[in-house]
Design a protein around this ligand. Structure first.
Ligand code: NAD
Length: 675
């Protein structure tokens, strides 16, 4: 029955013949990810009708029971909320995901978490078997026949914690500001929920509708729609009509292996076991193997304690990860992922060993972050079976997987790597074989530019603050301290810092290109970051970064020793240079065909490097930058939502600044809004 018929049915027939109504809500009524136009169309055309249905359901004088099957999310749940009672399956998943799409629930629903659905009394009856769900819901409804559930109508209910509204608002606002949240939908959701604590139902709905209208015409909504579409597009790799994600079958992986159980290999083994594939794990000696396997098992147990996985899953993952010490055990595996140290000689040695034992159909993947896949494949019996599978730390959690194809990688090998990534729930992006692939290649420019800025007059805290204000979760220097400044030193100099000690390189031009050795000086002074007692670009107390006078002094002395007169660098220059250097490299990557679309580059940065989702990614941002200021200014004028503020540009600036709870954001906002 379509929505209009349902509304008429509720209006006319219910009055006479029907005692109770059971509305079965399954998850095929609406879905997300259809693109901006689909969602926008739905909101502008379907929402007015759905609102009528909701009103008819709510005001129906006979009891209405929603039988929630499978997923009860978004608009489905909002319709269910307008029913007087709700039944669900044990496995039903609840949620209002609109916020992730840059919107808020706009049909009268409030925010709550999936886990809380049962405990907050949202559901009246839970059934375990889907086969009997509808019959049991009907039986439940029959018991209500003859009653008029006025007290169950949502608009007649009061918010439980209404009196604590302001207090809760402050608490959540500060949590969002700690997380450096920049998505307006999140703040709007909080505002509408808060508004519900002191406004009448009708006034609350009006606020909600205003907020939705604001969001739907915002740049953030467009960016988030782009992100959702790009996530889907990333998996649809295509070389030709003959060879693409639809035509090339992946190899069926029944058994896998991971070589090297350090930071990356351990997480990869967990990710493989989690998709139900038994996995052999290897280290270079027995003692390390035993220790690392135990660490893996305890990580899995912690996942179970945190309820990320069930106990059954925990046990099967642990029994599925089998430590081995001999290559001969690998003769029947279908996929091997190597994650040993980043040394080409070692990688080649491992691949030669694999070559000697693995069956000819086995796919051999390397987790290298930048080495040449063709060079690694040169020792393989069949280079077509060699592929890069570049995971990101922590590899069982991070959503990005860069799959790297070399000159000889077969389509079937590509298909398998992409398939495994999607089974793991990752955003798998297929990229070409160039130094650093897509992510690290661009990241290198980002780091280099930040060092030039230090040389010219900026300081680490200024650069990191600017980046965080833009929306990065962590700044460039904080990230380096976290992952280890020594690691990138080794990449830059081709040797470990301890070997370099005493032979300091201080050149400002390398291979004919501008070079800044400040990061080398830092590492050679023993400041690797967190791993060296929290001393890096910052000093850390409880892992919180603080400005270190020694670093300020180090930078000043460096400038003096090179006769560099520092200048004041405006935050805007910092932001532009930090972002545009990467974007430029992104365009080069596209020109060389190392990524098949700007969307793919954006997915790498969003899911691997903490680029703020609400700006779409570096390439999307570049396309919007021309019109960005005008867009923000015009959006600001539309910004009428918050009841205590007048809809003027100045007030919107103040409000956004208050929302971010970040005083340093004020200059940026004033600047953006006043142009
Ligand atoms: P790591 O030093 O933490 O771990 C490497 C492991 O390999 C060690 O446990 C070591 O004992 C083991 N190993 C060394 N030689 C071996 C051999 N012959 N046989 C079996 N095991 C051996 O390093 P990591 O950070 O896990 O990096 C591993 C790979 O992943 C590298 O290629 C690195 O570039 C890449 N990578 C690292 C990151 C990261 O953030 N750390 C991210 C992406 C990719």
């Amino acid at each position: 029955m379509n929505m209009i018929k349902l509304a008429n049915f509720l209006r006319v027939y219910v009055r006479f013949t029907i005692a109770v109504i059971v509305l079965c809500i399954s998850d095929d009524l609406f879905s997300y990810g259809e693109g901006e136009s689909g969602l926008t169309y739905r909101i502008s055309h379907a929402y007015p009708i759905i609102k009528k249905v909701i009103h008819a359901l709510e005001s129906c004088r006979k009891p209405v029971v929603a039988a929630l099957l499978e997923n009860a999310k978004g608009e489905h749940l909002e319709i269910a909320l307008s029913c007087h009672y709700r039944t669900a399956l044990k496995t039903t998943k609840f949620g209002l995901p609109q916020v992730k799409h840059g919107l808020i629930p706009g049909l009268g629903g409030n925010e709550f978490s999936t886990e809380m659905a049962i405990s907050i009394g949202l559901v009246d009856e839970v059934f375990s078997s889907s086969a009997e769900a509808v019959d049991r819901a009907v039986a439940f409804a029959h018991n209500l026949a003859g009653t008029f559930p006025e007290h169950r109508i949502l608009r007649n209910c009061f918010m439980k914690d209404a009196a604590k509204g302001e207090q809760l608002m402050t608490k959540y606002m500060s949590a969002l500001s700690t997380k450096n949240e920049k998505a307006w939908s999140v703040y709007m959701c909080l505002q509408t929920t808060y508004a519900a604590s002191f406004l009448s139902f009708e006034e609350g709905l009006k606020k909600e509708s205003e907020a939705l209208q604001f969001l739907i015409s915002s740049a953030q909504f467009r960016a988030l729609q782009y992100v959702n579409e790009s996530e889907i597009l990333a998996s649809r790799w295509k070389f030709s009509d003959k060879f693409n994600y639809q035509t090339v079958e992946p190899v069926q992986v029944r058994k896998a292996a991971v070589i090297g159980l350090g930071t990356m290999g351990s997480g990869i083994a967990i990710a493989v076991a989690r998709i139900g594939i038994p996995v052999y794990v290897m280290e270079f000696n027995e003692a390390v193997l035993k220790e690392r396997a135990e660490l893996i098992y305890s990580t899995i147990r912690r996942m179970s304690l945190r309820k990320e996985i069930t106990e059954t899953m925990c046990n099967s993952m642990i029994s599925g990860i089998v430590p081995i010490s001999d290559y001969s055990m690998l003769k029947d595996v279908d996929l091997v992922i190597e994650a040993v140290f980043e040394l080409i000689s070692l990688k080649k040695e491992v691949f030669s060993n694999l070559n000697a034992v693995c069956k000819s159909t086995a796919i051999l993947a390397s987790n290298t972050s930048q080495l040449d896949i063709d060079d690694i494949a040169s020792v393989a019996r069949d280079p077509g079976k060699v592929v890069g599978m570049h995971f990101f730390a922590p590899s069982h959690r991070m959503k990005l997987l860069e799959n790297v194809y070399g000159t000889y990688t077969s389509y079937q090998t590509i298909s398998t790597a992409m398939h495994i990534g999607s089974l793991m729930g990752k955003v798998s992006v297929l990229v070409g074989n160039c130094h650093g692939f897509v992510g690290n290649r661009m990241y290198l420019h980002y780091m280099t530019e930040s060092d030039f800025l230090l040389e010219e007059g900026a300081y680490p805290e200024q650069i990191d603050t600017t980046l965080k204000e833009f929306g990065f979760t962590k700044g460039r220097f904080e990230v380096a301290d976290l992952s280890g400044n020594d690691v990138i030193y080794t990449v830059r100099n081709g040797t470990h810092p301890q070997k370099k000690h005493g032979k300091r390189h201080r050149e400002r031009v390398r291979n004919g290109i501008r070079y800044c050795p400040l990061a080398d000086i830092l590492v050679e002074s023993g400041r690797y970051g967190h791993k060296t007692d929290g001393k890096g670009w910052f000093k850390y107390v409880d892992r919180v970064p603080y400005v270190d006078e020694n670093i300020t002094q180090m930078i000043k002395s460096y400038r003096e020793s090179h006769d560099i007169t520092p200048r004041t660098i405006h935050f805007e220059e910092v932001l532009h240079r930090m972002l545009y250097c990467m974007i430029n490299e992104g365009f080069k990557i596209l020109e060389e065909g190392m990524a098949s679309s700007p969307n793919d580059i954006d997915m790498v940065w969003l899911h691997g490097y903490g680029w703020p989702k609400s700006t779409g990614g570096p390439m999307y941002y570049a396309f919007t930058v021309e019109t960005k200021k005008q867009m923000v200014a015009s959006e600001c004028k539309k910004f009428k939502f918050c009841h205590t503020w007048q809809p003027s540009v100045q007030n919107a600036i103040l409000m956004l600044s208050a929302l971010t709870k970040d005083a340093t954001a004020l200059p940026t906002l004033i600047h953006l809004f006043s142009e």
